[in-house]
Structures are given as structure tokens and as C-alpha cells.
Design a protein around this ligand. Structure first.
Ligand code: PTJ
Length: 241
């Protein structure tokens, strides 16, 4: 469908179209369309804009990733469809690998996503030799690198895996429009923002901050309070309603 640019819901409809295209190409799970609907509902309440609390969390997340010794970015079907190219750009700046991890895993979906990402970035991990403890799904299978990573960026993640990663003592950065989800509540840093804005914002921050000293980056992380940030997001929703 050709979307007219003047349509008041152009951006939101464009995102939907990208997901539907990804579904037709065989790499977005049908359940991914439902997940997007859930996200859209929250995004509507956040005025479809990056609010101050989200920008603050995005800055802290970039500082944490720049401080990390072994960061990793996890990508699922929705993430690949919504910002595959941008997430590769972020990984390049952070010099970190990307790992494909699917809730509704099939070999075919994984291969299509891998091919898509490799057009922009070569450091895509595929060999899964380890299992995340206490997690009973295909999402438990990870690479050795992921298993040992100190910081994991996990956009649009399910609550079980987020919790299991926190239990492994990893620093977990979530991107989730629902500030009440288990993923949001358990993460070390939660970006309550639409991924289509969060990743480009993180790219801008990473470019600005990549030459900051370790002390400056540590100060940014230390001054960030995730519980307070989530409260600010929830209060925003309360006032909006
Ligand atoms: O590709 P797969 O097989 O790994 O499956 C991916 C999905 C997303 C289908 C799977 O992880 C899933 O079922 O996710 P959930 O639990 O339905 O959604 C995860 C969270 O992402 C929810 O809290 C949504 O509100 C949120 N969300 C959805 N779309 C966006 C979003 N957050 C930020 N930006 C979005 N565009």
C-alpha cells in the first residue's frame, strides 16, 4: 500500500508496513504483529515522542555500553524489521557483536535475519553452544560470547529471558514501551521509548560520547536511577490518562 506522507498517522502506519513486509518475507513472527500493537498503544500515550526520561535512559545506556568490556546486542524479528540497519550502525560504533535470538525460533527465520543484517555489518554471531540457566525456551540458546557478555542490550524482550540474564549478573539494557513489563522492571537500564526512535538517539549519543573519559562515563551511569526513571514514565502515563 502506498502511504500518503500527509497522513496524520504516517509514521505509525509506515512502521506497521515494515513489519507486515517482514512477515511476508518470512522473518517477522505473526505474533510480532501483536507485540507491535501492544507497543503502539503505549507509544500513543507517550505522544509518539522520546520523552525526557527516555532520553536520559538512552544516554546512560550508551555510557554503560561504552564502559563495557564485552557488550552484545540481541536482535529478534521485530527489531530486524524496524531498525536492522540502524542497530548495525550502533554496533559498529560500539564495536560489539550482534546476536540473533528468536522467541519463535525457526532456522529459516534466523537465516533470513542473518542475511539481512550481514548486508550492513559482519560481526553477527550465530553459533549457539551455551544455554542460559533457568530458562525453558529456545531463547536460552546463546553463543559463548553472549553467555560471558557483561552488558546485553535486549530490545523487545520477553520477561523470562530478561530475568534470567539479570540472574546471571549481567547488566541488562531493555527497550520496551511498557514501563510495567517484567523486562522493564528487571532491567538495569530501561529505555521506555519506541525502538525506531531509541536506536537513532543512541547512535547520536554514542557519536557524541565515544571520546569521553572513563570517569565521565562512570559519572553518567552512577547518576542514573532506573527505578526513578520508570516512576517518571508511569507518572507521565497517569497524567496523560
Ligand atoms: O522474533 P521473535 O520470535 O523473537 O519474537 C519477537 C516478539 C516481539 C514477538 C516476542 O519477543 C514477543 O512476544 O514480545 P512481547 O512480549 O509481545 O513484547 C515485548 C515488549 O515489547 C512489549 O512490552 C511491547 O510493549 C514492547 N514493544 C512492542 N513494540 C515495540 C515495543 N517497545 C518498543 N518499541 C516498539 N516498537
Amino acid at each position: 500500500m502506498k502511504l500518503p506522507k500527509y497522513h496524520p498517522r504516517y509514521e505509525s502506519l509506515k512502521i506497521r508496513e515494515n513489519l507486515v513486509k517482514g512477515f511476508k518475507e518470512g522473518y517477522v513472527a505473526i505474533n510480532g504483529l501483536i507485540a507491535q500493537g501492544r507497543g503502539e498503544c503505549f507509544d500513543y500515550l507517550f505522544n509518539e515522542k522520546t520523552q525526557n526520561f527516555a532520553a536520559e535512559a538512552e544516554r546512560a545506556a550508551v555510557a554503560l555500553l561504552l564502559l563495557s568490556k564485552s557488550p552484545v546486542i540481541s536482535v529478534n524479528g521485530n527489531v530486524a524489521a524496524l531498525c536492522g540497519r540502524e542497530i548495525c550502525k550502533l554496533a559498529k560504533i560500539l564495536k560489539c557483536p550482534i546476536e540473533i535470538n528468536l522467541f519463535y525460533w525457526t532456522k529459516e527465520r534466523e537465516e533470513i535475519i542473518e542475511k539481512k543484517l550481514r548486508k550492513f555489518y559482519s560481526n553477527v554471531l550465530t553459533e549457539k553452544t551455551k544455554k542460559i540457566p533457568n530458562l525453558d525456551s529456545k531463547r536460552a540458546n546463546v553463543s559463548e560470547y553472549f553467555y560471558n557478555a557483561d552488558v546485553a542490550l535486549i530490545p523487545l524482550e520477553d520477561g523470562d529471558r530478561a530475568e534470567a540474564l539479570v540472574k546471571m549478573k549481567k547488566n541488562v539494557i531493555a527497550i520496551d514501551l511498557n514501563p510495567l513489563s517484567r523486562t522493564s522492571q528487571n532491567a538495569t537500564i530501561t529505555l521506555v521509548d519506541n525502538i525506531v526512535r531509541a536506536i537513532p538517539n543512541m547512535i547520536t549519543f554514542a557519536e557524541e560520547m565515544k571520546n569521553l573519559s572513563k570517569d565521565e562515563l562512570e559519572r553518567i551511569v552512577k547518576n542514573f536511577d532506573n527505578k526513578k526513571n520508570l516512576k517518571d514514565a508511569i507518572n507521565f502515563l497517569k497524567e496523560k490518562i
